[in-house]
Design a protein around this ligand. Sequence first.
Ligand SMILES: Nc1ncnc2c1ncn2[C@@H]1O[C@H](COP(=O)(O)OP(=O)(O)OP(=O)(O)O)[C@@H](O)[C@H]1O
Ligand SMILES: [Mg+2]
Length: 376
Amino acid sequence: MSEQHIQKLQTLKAIAETLNEANDLEEMLDAVLKQLIHVTELECGWIFLVDKKGSYSLVADCELPPALTWENKQPMCEGDCWCLDRYNDGRLQRAANIIECKRLEDAIEEKWGDTKGITHHATVPLRAGDEKFGLLNVASPNKTHFTNEELALLEAVAFQIGTAIKRIKLVENEQKLALLAERNRLARDLHDSVNQLLFSLMLTAGGAKEMTTDGRMKKTLDYIQQLAQEALQEMRSLIWQLRPQGLENGVASALMNYGKMLGLNVEMDIHGVIDLPSDVEECLWRVGQEALNNCKKHADVSTVSIFITVKNKQIKMEITDKGCGFNYSDEEMPSLGLKSMKERIEAMNGTFHIKSAIGKGTTVQMMIPLKGERAK
Ligand SMILES: Nc1ncnc2c1ncn2[C@@H]1O[C@H](COP(=O)(O)OP(=O)(O)OP(=O)(O)O)[C@@H](O)[C@H]1O
Ligand SMILES: [Mg+2]
C-alpha cells in the first residue's frame, strides 16, 4: 500500500473512532472537525448545520482566521454565501472546490482582519442516504484547488459524519418519545387515582352535610368539601402541565403516534410553547390526520415532516412529504378529504394552502389565529 493510502485509512480510522464515542451532536461535530484538521494537512474548517427550511447555523469551527472570527464570528453567522446557496438549491451533491469564498471576500472588502492567506475552500455536504444535514468546509492558506483524491477523502469523512448525525438524532428522538410517554402515563395515573379519590371525598363530605343538623358540623363538612374541590382543581392543572410544553404537544405526539401507526416516519419540529384551546387542538388533530392519511395513500413516501410554530398569536402547522405530488388548484378542490381540511381550518378563521408539484412532493400549510384574533 502506498504512503498516501495508509494516510487516508488512518484519517478514516481516527474519524470513525471520534464519531463512535460521541453522544452529543455539537460536541461530536467539534471533536471530529478538530480531528480532521489535525490528521490532514488542512489548516482550518467549519461546519454549518442547515435545517429543512434552508436556515443555517455555525455549529463547529477550527482555526478560523481572524477575518472570520471578527465580532464574535459574525461573518460566519449572517448572510448568504455560494456554498450554502448551492447546497440549498440542490446543486451540491458531492464534495466540491468552491472557487472563492464569499465570506472571505466580504471580510477582505470590509477589512475585518487577517485572512491568513485563505481564499478558497472545499465544501462537502453532510448526508446519510438521501437525508442532508449541512456542510463541512475546509481550507488551507494559499490552497486554491483540492485534488480529486482529496475531495474523495473528504467525501468519505462527510459520509461518516452524516451517518453519526443521523444516529444521534434517532437517539434524541427516542428519548423525547420516552419522556413524552412517561409524562402521559403519570398524568393518566394521577387522573385515575388521586382525582377519583378527591372526587369521592367531595361527594362524601357533601352527603354527610345533608345528614346532620348540627350547624358547626355542617360548616366543617362544608369546609372539607371546599378543600377537596380546590385540591381537585389543582390536580387538574397539574395534570395539564404534565403534558409537556403545553397542549400543542398533545397534538404533536398524537400525530407522531398516528403516523407511526400508519407506518410513516414522522419528523417533528416544534417552535414556541403555548396552551392551545382545545378546539384548536382538535382541529389540528383532525386536519393533521387527514394530511398523514393522504401522504400514506397517495404520496408514496416513508417519511413525513411536521413543523409547528406558535408565534405572534397564531399557530402554524405544515405537513410536508417529498413524494409524487399532484396537480392542485385552490379553485377546484378535488374531493372531500382536502375540502374538509380547508373548511375546518377556515371555520377557525384560519388559512389553508397546499403546495404541490408532480415529482416534487406536497406541503399542506395551515394557520389558525389564537385568542382575541379568533373571537370575531
Ligand atoms: N400528499 C399527497 N401526495 C400526492 N397526492 C395527493 C396528496 N394529497 C392528496 N393528493 C391527491 O389529491 C387527491 C384528493 O385528496 P383527498 O384527500 O381530497 O381525497 P382522497 O384522499 O383521494 O380521498 P378521501 O376523501 O378518502 O380522503 C387524492 O386522490 C390524491 O390524488
Ligand atoms: Mg384523503
